[in-house]
Design a protein around this ligand. Structure first.
Ligand code: ADP
Length: 278
């Protein structure tokens, strides 16, 4: 088991951001979905050892991050973390910034550190920007540089908070490719339900600080089976309806009248239905 939460909870004063939660995270890409304020960032920051839980226990690679400082250090050696916002030293070059992070990550051998920096730069398609100052990079390039620092050392637990923000579709595909080749557990929070469908072995849906769903993408889609329709009219009681490009009306939820065709649900449909039930 790469990481575990046992009754881990977090409150900010009177606000309960995460209710007591028990989860086991193993190898593979795990998508964390949920509306704004659901507690996703709180959960990721606790796993990244940035934030201590108010109660409960968290382990990473067998080390208790809620225990002694030494255990937390051992866990941090095995974690890569992309926060929602990264503040860069803007005068550094892309390679210089990654080298700095690699030094902090205890890469003492200069030659292998240099190779690792070049490896992660190439992974995020920034090899030709290695000597460019951070301030001269575009928003998308900066985001990819931020992703690159999390990839240093191929961590056992890679935690990415909304990594696709600011990436164009090609770059998102590139990121999927990188993440699918990671050796350990990859936990990503995202609003991109297509990324979840395309990439994730497992989906966790958080809402109001609690896990509402935990299973495979197929399990999630099964919850919406028979509940998505398309036809000339909307279904009665649908939670969402819209006219598609073909002129037909797609309805999520509700009771379909005769002649309205059932269609295969998407992750987005299933997510919307789940949200409605909670
Ligand atoms: P998400 O990442 O799913 O949008 P967050 O984990 O950021 O959710 O927030 C969960 C809840 O905790 C929200 O109600 C948010 O307002 C609250 N919260 C988050 N961070 C803080 C903080 N530093 N101080 C007070 N409340 C916070």
């Amino acid at each position: 088991m790469i990481a575990t939460l046992t009754d881990a909870a977090k409150s900010y004063g009177r606000t309960c951001a995460l209710r007591p939660t028990t989860l086991h995270l193993d190898t593979g890409v795990i998508g964390l979905l949920g509306p704004n304020g659901a507690g996703k960032t709180t959960m990721l920051r606790m796993l990244a050892t940035v934030l201590a839980p108010t109660s409960g226990r968290i382990t990473v690679a067998g080390y208790d991050v809620t225990g002694a400082y030494g255990e937390r250090v051992e866990a941090r050696r095995r974690i890569g973390y992309l926060p929602q916002e990264v503040v860069f030293p803007r005068g550094m070059t892309a390679a210089g910034f990654l080298d700095y992070i690699a030094v902090l990550k205890e890469w003492r051998n200069t030659a292998s550190r240099h190779d690792e920096v070049q490896r992660v730069l190439a992974l995020v398609d920034l090899a030709d920007r290695s000597t460019t100052k951070v301030r001269a990079l575009s928003g998308g390039q900066r985001r990819r540089l931020a992703i690159a620092q999390a990839l240093i050392g191929s961590p056992s637990l890679l935690i990415l908070d909304e990594p696709t923000t600011g990436l164009d579709p090609e770059q998102r595909m590139g990121l999927r490719n990188i993440l699918s080749k990671q050796p350990g557990a990859v936990l990503i929070s995202t609003h991109q339900t297509e990324d979840v469908a395309a990439l994730c072995d497992r989906v966790i849906v958080l809402d109001d600080g609690a896990v509402r769903f935990d299973g495979t993408v197929a399990d999630l889609l099964a919850t919406a089976d028979g509940l998505v329709h398309q036809g000339a009219e909307a279904t009665v009681g649908a939670i969402q309806t819209w006219r598609t490009g073909t002129g037909l009306i797609r309805s999520v939820g509700g009771e379909a009248a005769a002649g309205i065709e059932r269609v295969t649900p998407t992750v987005e449909d299933a997510y919307l239905l789940l949200r409605q039930q909670s």
